[in-house]
Ligand binder design. Structure first.
Ligand code: PHE
Length: 366
């Protein structure tokens, strides 16, 4: 074999390889052809082995020629390999984006703040505008703050009005938000405007209108010359803001040891407007919140001089208010973790009845 023949053989090998590569679609097949072509056992390997058959003068040129051809072949395989890999990557990518845009989407369940939270925010907003501080107070209370400092001493029958969870450490789960009245008086002194929303607990058997865990909001306003007129004006404003209606209120006597005089405040029925319906039991009035003028002893417990200051307090049942506002008939619909109560209220026409809420699909901001 002379150099010319060798060059011809190499050129043929290059052509054949080029053709073979063009047919190949897989990485594995390409690799095996590369090994067969440029590996030791392949044509390049055997040509390199033939260098010895050439005269010593020719060997340098022969070696160079074969090595150059080998280099070109290796480059050819590398280019082909890159091509095959990018085709495979494209196929993979198109598989990933292979979706049908006409298929119905996955419904996203949009919820919103719990109705009790929404009502709480509304009440807070009204009173913040009127300069009230928002306080929370502890849910685990001492007997002193839950009862004593509210004018309910140990053997007072009024303790029976509130079925209480007593704890092993002799504390109680607060039965109402009223203890925050005394905390706030002691912390801030007079004059004082404070609103205290929060969870309360009573040892109740659960039914449609009773829960062992419920929300109240306490209101307290203390200043010079505060009278029942201020109390009525504030309560009217509050209820009008919450129900978005012009409502009438009336007071009936009510007994709570920490207020004197104490009242039950009724509002004209928001459903029938006062003409009488099933909700208000044909009376035209709905009992909405207990309230009264802060008892002088309670002011004293709070470190405030009852000769100088007077005040009113009210305890609004937030859970009850939410039930009325949204027409929820069973308290368990609100407290039992029922997701239907988290349907945005703004989606519903009129009061939120749970059966109606269920029918509402999708949601909106609330
Ligand atoms: N704390 C009372 C209750 O839960 C309600 C109340 C608050 C009454 C403030 C009068 C004044 O029953």
């Amino acid at each position: 074999m002379n150099l010319e023949q060798l060059k011809k053989e190499l050129a043929e090998l290059s052509d054949e390889t080029k053709k073979a590569i063009a047919e190949i679609k897989s990485v594995d097949a390409l690799r095996s052809l590369e090994t067969k072509t440029v590996g030791k056992a392949g044509p390049i390997g055997s040509l390199l082995g033939k260098i010895r058959e050439f005269s010593p003068e020719e060997r340098g040129a022969v070696g160079q020629t074969v090595n150059l051809a080998k280099k070109e072949l290796v480059a050819m395989f590398a280019a082909a390999m890159a091509g095959i890999k990018s085709v495979a990557a494209d196929a993979e990518a198109s598989k990933a984006s292979d979706y049908d845009p006409t298929l119905p989407g996955t419904a996203v369940r949009i919820g919103c703040a719990h109705p009790v939270t929404q009502v709480q925010w509304q009440v807070e907003e009204v009173f913040q505008r009127l300069g009230f501080l928002i306080e929370t107070g502890p849910e685990m209370e001492t007997e002193y703050y839950n009862f004593e400092a509210l004018n309910i001493p140990a053997l007072h029958p009024a303790r029976d009005m509130q079925d209480t969870f007593w704890l092993e450490n002799n504390m109680v789960l607060r039965t109402h938000t009223s203890p925050v009245q005394v905390h706030a008086m002691q912390r801030h002194g007079a004059p004082l405007r404070v609103l205290a929303p929060g969870r309360c607990f009573r040892y109740e058997t659960i039914d449609a209108s009773h829960e062992n865990t419920f929300h109240q909001v306490e209101g307290l306003m203390i200043d010079k010359h505060i009278s029942i007129a201020n109390l009525i004006a504030m309560m009217k404003l509050l209820l009008q803001e919450v129900f978005h209606r012009d409502l009438k209120v009336r007071l009936r006597p009510g007994y709570f040891p920490f207020v004197e005089p104490g009242f039950e405040l009724d509002m004209s029925c928001a459903i029938c407007g006062g003409s009488g319906c099933a909700t208000c039991k044909q009376s035209g009035w709905i009992e909405i919140l207990p309230c009264g003028m802060v008892h002088p002893s309670v002011l004293r417990y709070g470190g405030i001089d009852p000769e100088k200051y007077t005040g009113f307090a009210f305890g609004l049942g937030l859970t009850r208010l939410a039930m009325m506002k949204y027409g929820v008939k069973d308290i368990r619909g609100l407290n039992g973790g029922d997701m239907r109560s988290l349907v945005p209220a703004s989606r519903l026409a009129g009061p939120v009845i749970l059966e109606k809420a269920e029918a509402v699909k999708g949601g909106s901001s609330c």
